[in-house]
Structure formats: structure tokens, C-alpha cells
Design a protein around this ligand. Structure first.
Ligand SMILES: CCCCCCC/C=C/C(=O)SCCNC(=O)CCNC(=O)[C@H](O)C(C)(C)COP(=O)(O)OP(=O)(O)OC[C@H]1O[C@@H](n2cnc3c(N)ncnc32)[C@H](O)[C@@H]1OP(=O)(O)O
Length: 325
């Protein structure tokens, strides 16, 4: 329903939870993998960076370009034809007020540099926060031929202005996954094990969107203003890609296959052109991180990256590498 061109928000949880999403098939290739890596800043400071060139180029005769694990975060875009918005019957909201809240990614196999895959999609959570509704969409992606499961993305979408649908005294809250699966991030008081600084470009969102999220919030000044921003903002998943790269460079010697899980909560919008400073703390195989927009000295993202292992030589601190402070 729309009044004055704006949708009046309404949520019918029974209808939303009963919805069976269609499976979505698609294919990608090395060009997509390399374009994504450039979109999240790989080789942005050094075109011959020896920890990143393999993400965009067949370096030293390597057979395949290596996919960053966060390349997997693009797969749910295919559920919405690249509009950056997901359609769930029973949930009506003003699309201009949608923000990405969190992303959780489990990687079961190193992401191939080209593949034909299938997405299975479901609602994994629905929460009434009064001023907003939080919708969690789970997308499990498998190789089309073998059926082997590659990864799972849980995308948390914050629908501003769409809350208050609970008709009981308790706010509505529904989740399909265990409460301990995503732990709260508390940033340690100690000095970080490593700090990595990255300059985003003014054109960062315009480049990143070519990887498949064409939501005009990231490119159209008028749409950004209606959403409450002075200019188009960076895709949350682009910021997450920068943060995960910082971890991979600092603790995995640039090896993208070293990552098992990634979590991030988007705390504040990022404007393209801002400098991202990622502070990292090692805790066993988990690297906790917090990313700040340097110019505003504000935290914009926090989360963790779970690694398969941390080389013992690095467990008390980061590898030396370009970009470290
Ligand atoms: C199938 C895939 C579709 C994907 C679609 C992706 C479309 C992409 C869009 C973007 O990329 S937008 C850019 C990236 N995102 C952002 O820039 C958002 C940055 N964050 C914020 O602006 C704020 O954090 C917020 C989301 C507006 C929330 O701030 P607010 O002050 O309104 O919240 P609180 O009052 O602190 O908390 C209320 C309630 O909500 C919970 N919560 C708060 N922040 C988040 C969050 N980021 N993710 C999830 N949940 C959040 C918070 O815990 C409170 O709940 P209770 O604790 O009270 O239960």
C-alpha cells in the first residue's frame, strides 16, 4: 500500500514465515571474482601487492584467480535481481528506509573462481523492534552439478519505520538458529594485535555496485537524501569486504582460503572516499575487529573472522605487511 508515493509499512508474520522462496540458479566466472576484489579495495594502494595480486590476476602462471571468502556475500543479491531488497509476502515497507544491519557468512569449501550454483532461501528471523522490523534471510548456496554446499549467508535487514506489528504485550521475535551462533561483539580494552588502514575511493560504491547490488541508495543522490543521508553511502557488504581483507592480509599472508566464518554488524553508514581503519584482536582462531571511519573517528562496523588456523608465528601479533600502521 502506498500514500504520497511512500509505502505504509505493515508486517504479517504468519504470511511471511509461511512463504516458500523459489530456488535461484546462476553462474559466475573469474571476471566477477576479480571485479569484486577490486570493488573491496584489493590492490587499491599497490597494483603489484604480493598479498593481493592473486585475487585479480593469474600471477606467476597460477591457473585460477583466487576468490575472497566475502565474494560469497554477493550470492544473496541474486535473490532480488540485484535490487538490494528482498520481497517477502506479508512484509511491506518503504524501500528507501531499508539498511543492512548485519551479515554472517559460513564458508564450507573454498569459493571456486567460477561455478554454476543454486541458492536455497528462507526467513531465519523476524523481530519487532518498535521503531523498526528486523528481517533475517538465510541463503544456502550449493554447486549445481554435485549438490555440494559451498556457503551460507545470513543477511540481517533493518527496516526503519516498519516496526510495531506485535499485537501481544511482548514484542514479536522469531529465530530458526541457535542463540549462541552469533555472539555479541565486545571490543577488548587492550591494544589491538594489528591495525590496517585503507583509503576508499570517491567512486567506491559505483565500482562495487557492478558486482550486483544496484540499490540506488549507493549511487543516486536524491534517493540517498530521501533515506536521510547527505550523499550516496557505501554498501555495507563493501565495508565488510574491506575489513575481511584487512584480516586476511594481516593474519593469513593473503590466503583467502584460510577463512571459515565471517560476522559483521553495520554500526554506522560509510561515505565513499572515507578512510577505513580496521583494528584487530586475536583470540584463538578468532580475529575480532572494529572498523572506524577515520575522518569522523566513528566505529562503522564490528565483528569477527574465524580462521582455520593462525600460524603460530603470528598468534601474538600480525604479519608485517603494506598498509599496516
Ligand atoms: C537477501 C539479501 C538482501 C540484502 C539487502 C542489502 C541492502 C544493502 C543496504 C546497505 O548496504 S545500507 C549500508 C550499510 N548499513 C548501514 O550503513 C547501517 C549502519 N547502521 C545504522 O545506521 C544503525 O546501526 C541502525 C541500523 C539504523 C540502528 O541504529 P538505531 O540507533 O536505530 O538502533 P538502536 O536503537 O541502537 O537499536 C534498536 C534495536 O535494533 C538492534 N540493532 C541495532 N543496530 C543493529 C544492526 N546494525 N543490526 C541488527 N540489529 C541492530 C539493537 O540491538 C536493538 O535491539 P534490542 O537490543 O533493543 O533488542
Amino acid at each position: 500500500m502506498a500514500t504520497n508515493g511512500r509505502t505504509v509499512a505493515s508486517v504479517d508474520p504468519d504470511v511471511a514465515l509461511a512463504y516458500k522462496f523459489p530456488e535461484v540458479s546462476f553462474a559466475y566466472d573469474e571476471r566477477d571474482v576479480a571485479l569484486y576484489a577490486l570493488g573491496v579495495g584489493a590492490c587499491g594502494a599497490d597494483a603489484v601487492d604480493d598479498k593481493e595480486l592473486h585475487l585479480v590476476h593469474h600471477r606467476d602462471g597460477q591457473r585460477h584467480i583466487k576468490a575472497l571468502p566475502t565474494f560469497a556475500s554477493l550470492f544473496p543479491n541474486k535473490n532480488s535481481n540485484g535490487r538490494g531488497i528482498v520481497n517477502v509476502p506479508g512484509i511491506h515497507f518503504d524501500a528507501s528506509l531499508l539498511l543492512h544491519g548485519q551479515q554472517y557468512i559460513e564458508i564450507y569449501k573454498p569459493i571456486p573462481s567460477c561455478a554454476s550454483v543454486v541458492n536455497k532461501v528462507k526467513v531465519a528471523g523476524l523481530h519487532d523492534k518498535g521503531k523498526a522490523t528486523i528481517l533475517e534471510i538465510e541463503t544456502t548456496t550449493s554447486l549445481k552439478d554435485s549438490g555440494e554446499v559451498l556457503c551460507m549467508n545470513r543477511s540481517t535487514i533493518f527496516l526503519r519505520g516498519a516496526g510495531g506489528f506485535s499485537d501481544s504485550s511482548r514484542p514479536y521475535s522469531y529465530t530458526t538458529y541457535p542463540a549462541n551462533q552469533i555472539s555479541r561483539i565486545s571490543i577488548p580494552n587492550s591494544a589491538p594485535s594489528a591495525v590496517y588502514e585503507d583509503q576508499t575511493q570517491q567512486s567506491q560504491a559505483l565500482l562495487y555496485r557492478l558486482s550486483g547490488d544496484y540499490n540506488p541508495l549507493h549511487s543516486d543522490p536524491m534517493v540517498a537524501q530521501v533515506a536521510g543521508f547527505t550523499r550516496p553511502i557505501l554498501h555495507g557488504l563493501c565495508t565488510l569486504g574491506f575489513a575481511a581483507r584487512a584480516v586476511i592480509k594481516s593474519f593469513c599472508n593473503g590466503d583467502p582460503a584460510a577463512v571459515r566464518n565471517i560476522f559483521g554488524r553495520f554500526l554506522l553508514h560509510v561515505y565513499p572516499g572515507e578512510t577505513l581503519v580496521t583494528e584487530m584482536w586475536v583470540d584463538g582462531q578468532r580475529v575480532q575487529y572494529q572498523t572506524k571511519a577515520k575522518e569522523r573517528d566513528r566505529a562503522v562496523l564490528s565483528g569477527y573472522v574465524l580462521l582455520k588456523h593462525i600460524p603460530s608465528s603470528l598468534s601474538s601479533g600480525a604479519d608485517n605487511g603494506g598498509g599496516r600502521l
